[in-house]
Design a protein around this ligand. Structure first.
Ligand code: COA
Length: 628
């Protein structure tokens, strides 16, 4: 495809190095196979693509990000890598894949999460909104919270009894192990790598109010679960005991992981503190009852909610009313904001979104049919902390860091209401690919060059599967953006470019879902090299590798049936996060970037995205009308 252009620009050297590129083209089509010698478990094992398959796709994906000269050098380095270290590393990786149930699982857990030292806040933990509600008074709010708790008890029972319907991709069942890790999990700070702790059989939750933490047992002495009314009484008791704010010990969990690990040593020197931390870590989840967030001029409700769910408004508001290490922290605000913040290491957004839909539906039930009263209810235990001068020093540092981070986060969350996925489906286009192309077009119209673009694809059809990257920026996506901005092009030309871009994205998506993307395989080869003390091949230091891994757009579809959305920060300082929920007749978006970066503005990306979606609607409608 690029042969003639490149030959014209850079000559014969390219032609030779294109061999790998062309060889790959014929191989990519046949990638529905799975590794032989499968484990006896029902799900197949994550495959290792062939080196040629991956390198071909890699070259295709980096092409639009590079100049001709850069691409020529990349071709040369890639060819050399394929014939030297690449082949050696591939052989070692295949050996590992033969032994392991999932060759990637531990590497990914460590590389993507436990070794990642930036704060969980903004840089790792997403917020998940649930539909807004309105609380008449505090009793109304506590009743709502009690109902959420009851719904989680029912949901947990379904998980424990393996009664959650198995997620499917077409006819293929998906790995459900992430569901088992939603409740009772905690990511504890440690140097150089954090540690996960699992207590799924735990029987208590933590209620957080004004930075106080309470251990609330969910069962009476008779072993039965508490009723909604009993839960309301427990919550009232917690509120009564926490009328003034406690020192913000929880804020330590918001800090850089190295800072938190050091502060953890200081905090845990005291036995009372150790016991309190232990109760939090072993709980099923945290329920944060939040204070009102200050109104920020010009911010809509979705954006306000995103800030509350991601960082809690910093140390002056709810930042200390959190334990960010817990996988699930429900957040119920005075202002009717409901949702949660979740620590990403044990699960992707999908099990969280499924849980949210369950909770919302469950709470619509007839309340009189809930859990009956239990006998022998114990009062909640107020978890004490001894905050000596050393701990206080750490808290002051963490407050400063969280406040700076919270102030730097530039969010713009909104519902695009002109149309939703049904319109796109009517035009026989995949809604997900369409939205991805709208983002590519939005980025291009802002910067006049394309942005490396990450989208998550679930690889849960494989045992212990998690995600693969869909590299949404392609030669076709750039051609589409350019066509849209070219007044000389007819609507028919533009629709043709759109369909080509969508087809290319869809093809990559199918490959990624089947474990045949680029990123996880290259990560596997790189980590094999590091583990085996093989010096890192120049291929991994090439400009193509760096540019294509610096994802200016970090995007993810997290769909819920209810009117909700997920939100998170960007992946890089000069990038955007964009999580979306395509609904039948609207699309919820949460756009993020960092104020401190002069080149990004979430409101501008939102404008560009809305503009792009309207332009795309316009050309599809015009071309359709002209055919009638
Ligand atoms: N014509 C008409 N309809 C089409 C179509 C076409 N050409 N292509 C797709 N559709 C339909 C589909 O049948 C589907 O219909 P449904 O609403 O009845 O189910 C709908 O459009 C949506 O399909 P599509 O937009 O193509 O994508 P998807 O919903 O399958 O999602 C991924 C694609 C990659 C997002 C998804 O497979 C995935 O991996 N999700 C998990 C992502 C993740 O892990 N997120 C969390 C990260 S923390």
């Amino acid at each position: 495809m690029y042969q003639s252009t490149l030959r014209a620009v850079t000559g014969q050297r390219i032609k030779q190095n294109l061999s790998i590129y062309l060889k790959g083209a014929s191989m990519v089509k046949s990638n529905t196979m799975t590794v032989k010698n499968m484990a006896t478990k029902a799900l197949p094992r994550l495959p290792v693509p062939t080196l040629d398959q991956t390198l071909y796709k890699y070259l295709e994906s980096v092409r639009p990000l590079l100049s001709n000269e850069e691409f020529a050098k990349t071709l040369e380095l890639t060819e050399k890598f394929a014939n030297t270290d690449g082949a050696k590393l591939q052989a070692l990786l295949l050996e590992k894949a033969h032994e392991a149930e999932n060759w990637l699982a531990d590497w990914w857990l460590n590389a993507a999460y436990l070794d990642f030292r930036s704060p969980l806040v903004v840089w790792s933990s997403p917020g998940q909104l649930m539909p807004f509600t309105h609380f008449k008074d505090i009793h109304d709010r506590l009743l709502y919270i009690a109902n959420v708790i009851e719904a989680t008890i029912e949901y947990k029972k379904l998980i424990d009894d393996d009664k959650i319907p198995v997620d499917m991709m077409g006819k293929e069942p998906l790995d459900m192990q992430q569901y088992k890790k939603v409740f009772g999990t905690c990511r504890n700070p440690a140097l150089p790598r954090d540690v996960q702790e699992f207590n799924p059989q735990s029987n208590h939750i933590i209620v957080a109010h004004r930075n106080h933490f309470f251990k609330v047992n969910l069962c009476g002495k008779d072993g039965n679960k508490l009723s909604v009314n009993q839960l309301v009484s427990q919550l009232k008791y917690c509120i009564e005991l926490s009328k003034t704010s406690a020192p913000a010990v929880g804020i330590l969990t918001s800090d850089h992981r190295d800072n938190w690990s050091i502060a953890y040593q200081v905090l845990m020197q005291d036995e009372t503190n150790r016991n309190s931390v232990d109760a939090i870590q072993k709980s099923l989840y945290v329920m944060s009852i939040d204070q009102a967030m200050p109104k920020i001029e010009g911010q809509n409700r979705h954006t306000e909610a995103s800030h509350q769910l991601i960082h809690g408004g910093g140390s002056k508001v709810n930042g200390g009313n959190r334990w960010f290490d817990k996988t699930v922290q429900f957040i119920i605000g005075e202002n009717g904001v409901n949702g949660l913040c979740y620590e990403h290491s044990p699960a992707e957004g999908v099990p969280i979104a499924v849980m949210v839909d369950f909770l919302v539906e469950y709470m619509k039930r007839d309340g009189s049919k809930g859990i009956p009263d239990a006998d022998g209810v114990e009062l909640p235990i107020h978890l004490e902390f001894n905050v000596n001068a050393d701990v206080e020093k750490e808290i002051i540092k963490s407050c400063k860091n969280l406040d700076a981070l919270a102030a730097d986060l530039d969010m713009d969350s909104f519902s695009f209401d002109v149309y939703g996925k049904e319109f796109v489906k009517k035009h026989k286009i995949s809604p997900d690919s369409y939205i991805q192309m709208a983002m590519q077009y939005a980025f291009y119209r802002m910067y006049n060059y394309p942005g490396a673009h990450y989208e998550s694809a679930a690889t849960r059809k494989y045992l212990h599967g998690r995600t693969e990257t869909i590299r949404s920026c392609s030669t076709q996506s750039v051609a589409f953006a350019r066509a849209m901005m070219d007044d000389a092009k007819t609507p028919e030309d533009k629709v043709k470019s759109l369909r080509e871009a969508v087809d290319s994205h869809k093809k990559y998506t199918v490959d990624a879902l089947n474990g045949f993307g680029v990123d996880r395989h290259l990560l596997g080869l790189k980590l094999t090299s590091l583990e085996q003390n093989i010096s890192l091949n120049p291929f991994f230091k090439d400009v193509a590798f760096t540019k294509s891994n610096s994802f200016r757009l970090s995007t993810s579809q997290v769909a819920t049936k209810c009117d909700a959305f997920m939100c998170y920060g960007p992946l890089v300082m000069d990038g955007y996060g964009c999580c979306y929920n395509p609904r039948s007749n609207n699309i919820n978006f949460a756009v993020s970037s960092m104020h401190s970066n002069p080149d990004t503005r979430s409101s501008q990306f939102r404008e560009a995205l809305e503009h792009s979606l309207l332009d795309m609607h316009d050309i599809l409608v015009r071309v359709q009308k002209s055919k009638l």
